[in-house]
Ligand binder design. Structure first.
Ligand SMILES: [Fe+2]
Length: 383
């Protein structure tokens, strides 16, 4: 598949994710972290227009100069923008306007990519693909939040296939010997700048679970009073539990004595064999502490990752999101992609059921703040 075809495929997939939505679903922003679907559609389009078409296609005419203010996410170098919390107040541009914007930019991009492009542009286009894929996952999680916080608990789509939630019978922890391990991306393919540079770390001997914690296992923590015992929690986590009256993972509901959870198929009885999901770092830490164990560091996770199946859930690690030795930011606006977020966040490893296939890898570093749980986050234990 050439670059132009790949462009079309990725862009069409984004629209496929939105195809079950009604117009009203595209507009709302129930919390700051959840963007309206129509904003994702416009922002990913703005990315290609701003970083490819405007600088590299002299004949390109900007679709609407005001869209830079509306669809710039966080790029200080590209100018002022609507504040994040106000994305849900934008009744204009309309959903129809945004689909027209996509079509206009897609035609220009497809035409451009059918010709020869420089290595520099090629690299930016691949970054644009990976950026769009990140927003595809955000669309899934933001749509789930929007529909899952509607009292009618609407079904997203019956066509959505929940992947097989494998629970391996082998519960023996994997023993990893002490030693020096190489961490970080190596090779010719794409990686984000935060996966570089590859470097050596020393690890003490450790053991890591081949499985994710299941809903049934997590329920034992709830039933044993885990949310009401400060000893399992960080001080900040204990404050979060009490201030928000947290009693269970996000989307869990106790109805007539039976636990249910909201899924893309609506409210369903809790799947006891499925991996625990929509867990904050605070909860992951507390669960591990209650078990007398801990979360792996991101280095332990990566060093052992070939020995277990991963990809069902983003797995909280005990590592702060920090630059690797020799990390450097790209010049210009693209340098704002990752580096400026390396404070007050934890690294998550793996991928989830809504991560586009092929998007993640063993060196991929996802990152979120410790209280957030609207992503498909889960727990793997270590000791
Ligand atoms: Fe973005």
């Amino acid at each position: 598949m050439n670059l132009a075809q790949r462009y079309q495929q990725i862009r069409q997939h984004t629209e496929y994710i939105c195809s079950p939505l009604q117009t009203e679903d595209y507009v709302v922003q129930p919390i700051e972290d959840v963007s309206p679907p129509k904003w994702h559609l416009g922002h990913t389009t703005w990315f290609f227009e701003t970083f490819i078409l405007k600088p590299y296609v002299p004949a390109y005419k900007e679709y609407n100069a005001e869209y830079n203010y509306v669809f710039n996410s966080y790029y200080e170098s590209v100018g002022t923008r609507v504040i994040r919390t106000d994305r849900g107040n934008l009744s204009r541009p309309t959903v129809i306007d945004i689909y027209s914007y996509r079509k206009y930019v897609d035609e220009a991009m497809y035409h451009f990519l059918c010709g020869d492009v420089s290595a520099e542009v090629h690299e930016l286009v691949i970054l644009g693909f990976n950026h769009e894929e990140q927003h595809q996952e955000l669309l899934y999680t933001d749509i789930k939040y929007i529909l899952g916080h509607n009292p009618l608990f609407p079904v997203y789509s019956h066509e959505y296939k929940v992947p097989h939630q494998e629970t391996a019978a082998d519960s023996q922890f994997i023993q990893v010997p002490e030693g020096i391990y190489e961490i970080g991306f190596e090779g010719d393919g794409f990686c984000f700048d935060n996966e570089l540079n590859r470097h050596k770390v020393y690890l003490n001997e450790y053991r890591i679970s081949p499985n994710l914690v299941t809903n049934a296992e997590y329920l034992e923590f709830i039933n044993s009073g885990g949310y009401h015992d400060f000893r399992h929690w960080h001080s900040e986590g204990w404050g979060w539990v009490n201030n928000n009256k947290v009693e269970a993972p996000l989307y869990w509901y106790l109805i007539d004595g039976h636990w249910h959870h909201y899924t893309y198929h609506g409210l369903q009885p809790l799947d006891m064999h499925g991996p625990a999901t929509h867990i904050s770092y605070f909860e992951a830490y507390a669960y591990a502490a209650w078990k007398g164990m801990r979360l792996p560091t991101e280095f332990e996770w990566e060093a052992a990752s070939a020995k277990f199946n991963w990809g069902k859930r983003w797995e909280w690690t005990e590592s702060s999101y920090l630059p690797y030795p020799g990390f450097s930011k790209a010049p210009g606006a693209i340098g704002e992609y990752n580096g400026k977020f390396m404070v007050n966040q934890k690294v998550l490893r793996g991928a989830s059921e809504v991560t586009p296939p092929g998007h993640s890898r063993a060196t991929y570093r996802n990152f979120f703040q410790t209280h957030l749980r609207w992503q498909f986050t889960g727990i793997r234990l270590a000791m």
